[in-house]
Design a protein around this ligand. Structure first.
Ligand code: CP
Length: 307
């Protein structure tokens, strides 16, 4: 089986079967990773470029390491010192990388839809590494992979996504992916941080975190986007009191529940510092699984077909 689309732009557009193909391929990639093998030939003679118009630690570095482990010719285009700063458009930048024989372009952009625009105008495969408040498909795939690794299945799991849903591309990609695979998703946030459209995603919308968390198998705390919140919560301290995950709040979840966070964490805001480092936390496993997922996507998009 192959991915149907030329590009991976979001989980809304992927079928259940395509998501399962990516998860199964990531499982094979994880076996390579845990053996400590740091060079396999899957992407020999393929070139991968990353274009990050927004900051990143995890996503950018895990794409780089994934590409290098698979033997790709890997280039990170440093947007802040590139010709983008001289006014070069996204399409012209993409065409330039096409001319440099790019097989895959990985893009993060502050504007929702920028990866789609790039994908429509280049020959290379395009992977969305986060676009505005729209989607962050590779993050959701690594989250779902981590859940499947922990519980052996996604069907029937209950997952609470707690925090700044409004601004979160992670919440959007996760709800599309998790519900396609048969999980139940509960959202919890103050009313100012859940737009009405989330009622239509198939998830249950709660304004009380304890109600959303009751009996769930996993809690996914979202980063409070302090750069964007501006007046949407009364105070960070009050937010932590009502929505922050601490030991007491976690105790309302099912036995064996895990705690997830896409990172970067604001300790003491969305999670107590104790919980970030607790036995229930799988945050560091999520980071490693991010490499396996990105290896899988690079492999699936480049195997067989022409550039
Ligand atoms: N989770 C995530 O996207 O982290 P970065 O912004 O560090 O890539």
């Amino acid at each position: 089986m192959q991915l149907k689309s030329k590009d991976v732009l979001g989980l809304l557009a992927l079928s259940k079967e395509e998501i399962e193909l990516i998860l199964n391929t990531a499982n094979e990639m994880k076996k390579i990773l845990v053996q400590g093998v740091k060079r396999v030939p899957h992407l020999l003679n393929k070139s991968v470029f990353t274009l990050f118009y927004e900051n990143s630690t995890r996503t950018r570095s895990s794409f780089e390491i994934a590409g290098k482990y698979l033997s790709a010719c890997f280039t990170n285009l440093p947007v802040s010192i590139s010709s983008v700063q001289k006014g070069e458009s996204l399409i012209d930048t993409g065409k330039t990388l096409d001319a440099l024989q790019a097989n895959v372009m990985v893009i993060r952009h502050q504007a929702a839809g920028a990866p789609n625009l790039l994908a429509d105008n280049v020959k290379a495969r395009v992977i969305n590494a986060g676009d505005g408040m729209n989607e962050h498909p590779t993050q959701a795939l690594l989250d779902i992979f981590t859940l499947r690794e922990k519980f052996g299945h996604i069907e029937g799991l209950k997952v609470a996504i707690v925090g700044d849903i409004k601004h979160s591309r992670v919440a959007r990609s996760n709800v599309w992916g998790l519900t396609k695979l048969g999980a139940q998703v509960n959202f919890a946030a103050p009313a100012t941080l859940i737009p009405p459209e989330f009622e239509r995603t198939g998830a249950k919308v709660c304004y009380n975190a304890d109600e959303a968390i009751k009996g769930v198998n996993a809690i996914m705390a979202l980063r409070m986007q302090l750069e964007r919140e501006n007046g949407m919560v009364a105070s960070v301290r009050e937010y932590h009191k009502y929505y922050g995950i601490d030991r007491k709040r976690l105790s309302g979840a099912a036995k064996g529940a895990i705690l997830m966070h896409p990172g970067p964490i604001n300790r003491g805001v969305e999670l107590s510092s104790e919980m970030a480092d607790s036995l229930e936390s799988v945050i560091e496993e999520q980071v490693l699984n991010g490499v396996a997922i990105r290896m899988a996507l690079l492999f699936l998009l480049t195997r067989g077909g022409k550039r």
